[in-house]
Design a protein around this ligand. Structure first.
Ligand SMILES: C[S@@+](CC[C@H](N)C(=O)[O-])C[C@H]1O[C@@H](n2cnc3c(N)ncnc32)[C@H](O)[C@@H]1O
Length: 322
């Protein structure tokens, strides 16, 4: 049996992380990058979110992939190197690698330790498929290192499911998609398979990010504990509440943590007083229409797109070729 290879590019630079976080926390509208939501507990809480009745995004996407797998197999290259961006538990790609006859699997995640276990178990199911785990932070664009030893002649399928693209503003999304277009390489047939949540009723969207059980609230609030570990701050979870707001002008759901009362937060060398009701903006989930996202893919350099949607147009899976 082949064993997965692991490449760790993401070197935790404590000073740089603290600087980035404290800059965001000190801004007039405090903010943090959504990547800090994913510590070990955050990754597990996200898995639980995907099972909630209010969050049908993951189920709808899985159903689309299942229903249209034969058509996908007609459009996607066989023997391709699949590069799974934000692979998490590797489940989504794991279901497609066989039917779409992948030739290699590369699981990319900032949290490579979370991926390690998933990749080991996937390797047991597919002992002959070469697998690599790549630990990297792609928030500034995807850069594939030489250490991956990618074969330039092998087509690539970049896989970015779960509407994670929604975490980027449209301008950032364009830059990120351009980096994915470059990462597709030059082999014929290469492209990007991407899942995108579509614009729908505001109340439904807000509920998807503020479920009745409070799992999304726990996911968001856990960020404060993660920040405390990263910068030595003294956030107390009980001082904050989770909010989900639909911003119609920007076509996005915003997650915020709101101070329940005036809160003084301290960290080594600094502090901030948050007034009652002030918020920290912790995540955007931009929602797209099919024509708008198609136009974005074209602006990023992709030549042709194929799209699969459900009858209610809740979610879309795009296949965009280089
Ligand atoms: C929302 S989950 C998606 C997981 C899975 N692909 C899915 O669709 O259900 C996001 C995953 O991306 C990873 N991630 C988040 N930000 C990242 C970044 N900047 N660079 C690399 N991985 C990142 C997280 O660790 C997490 O496993």
């Amino acid at each position: 049996m082949t064993t997965p290879q692991f490449i760790q590019l993401y070197q935790h630079n404590a000073a740089a992380v603290a600087q980035e976080l404290l800059q965001g926390l000190s801004a007039p509208q405090a903010f943090t990058s959504p990547k800090y939501l994913y510590d070990a507990l955050g990754s597990r809480l996200f898995e639980a979110i995907t099972e909630l009745p209010e969050y049908d995004l993951t189920r709808t996407e899985a159903q689309l992939m299942r229903l249209h797998s034969a058509d996908m197999a007609r459009h996607l290259p066989t023997g391709a190197c699949w590069i799974d961006l934000g692979a998490g538990n590797c489940e989504k790609a794991g279901r497609l690698l066989g039917p779409l006859r992948a030739g290699r699997y590369v699981a990319v995640d900032i949290s490579v330790n979370f991926v390690r276990q998933a990749l080991d178990s996937l390797q047991r199911q597919r002992p002959d498929l070469p697998m690599t785990g790549l630990g990297t932070d792609f928030s500034g664009g995807l850069d594939l290192p030489d250490a991956l030893a990618l074969n330039a002649a092998q087509p690539r399928v970049l896989f970015y499911p779960g509407s994670s693209i929604g975490n980027f503003t449209p301008d950032q999304a364009l830059g990120f998609l351009q980096s994915l277009h470059r990462a597709c390489g030059t082999a014929t047939g290469s492209g990007l398979l991407i899942g995108v949540d579509l614009l729908k009723d505001a109340a439904e969207l807000e509920a998807a990010y503020d479920d009745a059980l409070g799992v999304t609230a726990a996911f968001d609030l856990n960020l404060l504990l993660h920040i405390n570990r990263l910068v030595g701050s003294n956030f107390a979870v009980r001082d904050w509440r989770h909010l989900s707001r639909f911003n119609a002008e920007q076509s996005r759901v915003e997650m915020h943590l709101q101070a329940r009362h005036a809160v003084r937060v301290q960290w080594p060398g600094g502090e901030r007083l948050f007034a009652a009701g002030e918020t920290i903006h912790t995540e955007n989930a931009c929602k797209w229409t099919v024509p708008n996202f198609e136009a974005l893919l074209r602006s990023a350099g992709f030549a042709q797109t194929r799209v699969w949607t459900d009858p209610a147009q809740r979610f879309a899976v795009f296949w965009a070729t280089v």
